[in-house]
Design a binder for this molecule. Sequence first.
Ligand SMILES: *Cc1c(COP(=O)(O)O)cnc(C)c1O
Length: 359
Amino acid sequence: MIPIAKPLIGEEEKRAVLEVLESGMLAQGPRVQTFEEAFAPYCGVKYAIATSSGTTALHITLLAHGIGPGDEVITTPFTFIASANSILYVGARPIFVDIDYATFNIRPDQIEAAITPRTRAIMPVHLFGLPADMQPIMEIAERYGLIVIEDACQAHGAEYNGKRVGSFGTGCFSFYPTKNITSGEGGMITTNDEYIAEKCRTIRQHGMRRRYYHDELGFNFRMTDVHAAIGLSQLAKLEQFNARRIANARYLSEHLKGVVTPIVPEGRRHVFHQYTIRIPDGRRDMVMEALKERGIGTAVFYPVPTHQQKFYRDLGYDQTLPEAEKAAQEVLSLPVHPGLSSTDLKMIVEAINEVCARV
Ligand SMILES: *Cc1c(COP(=O)(O)O)cnc(C)c1O
């Protein structure tokens, strides 16, 4: 079976973890700081704050920006549930606007129509590793005085007009094992704003600036040095991993026939966290099943848009967002990870071309 995702853990990661275990400093310590100090320049920002996950990075970021009950945050319904859930955690309301057919990302022209006096922030998601259309998003944010929180959990190293994601607004990254790099579990917040950076560090550590003096309500959302050691080793390989993902994606797009392959708009660097095709006319699930029989692992990201999830329906969400709903019916992600061999890639192409011609 060719898996849809596979973390590549080498000798460097193993040695780094052993060093931490032998040091006796297991919780947040010097490795976390080194990881932060390496990740910030990678994203082209001044500050990076490591967290226990991408979800807690989003949660802390919303709190640090003072977003809470009565506030609205405009985001996309076509993403992992954590994007919108983080908005609920702080007591604010996610406002969903539809996505673009070609990029799967939030449509800037629909954002403006969703702005109300309660709107505090826009949360674009750089889905599948492709940056959202940041120029119009930043212009709207500027015009209406809104905060921009980038969910960059799938887009480490992606670029928009030569600028890394996570450097437009406050960036949130994940190091879950299927992401472009992993730390086991883990996350990172990126910002150029010293006040926000300090606020994030405080919220991460039980609202504590001075040892055992707590000025505000915080959490334990820290990363451990064990995880940071893995993350640091992975960060050194990120560009090589991304280059492989991009080359694998190019191979797939050049050889696949009869399916809608991903596009990369001018000026964007897509880092292919996922390589996602569309299979219309209700054939997607049959194609998926036939590929499984031929040993090709695929996945549907995401089968249900957030506004249609049971929990959100129970909250009263009942809008129709046609492009997100259509995408949920048609998308299929294929293996594109850096662990694929050229034989794997040939097998994937042959299987899809054969299956799609038949199903
Ligand atoms: C993975 C992911 C998250 C959450 O990250 P975790 O580290 O799993 O908590 C949030 N948003 C998106 C788009 C993701 O893909």
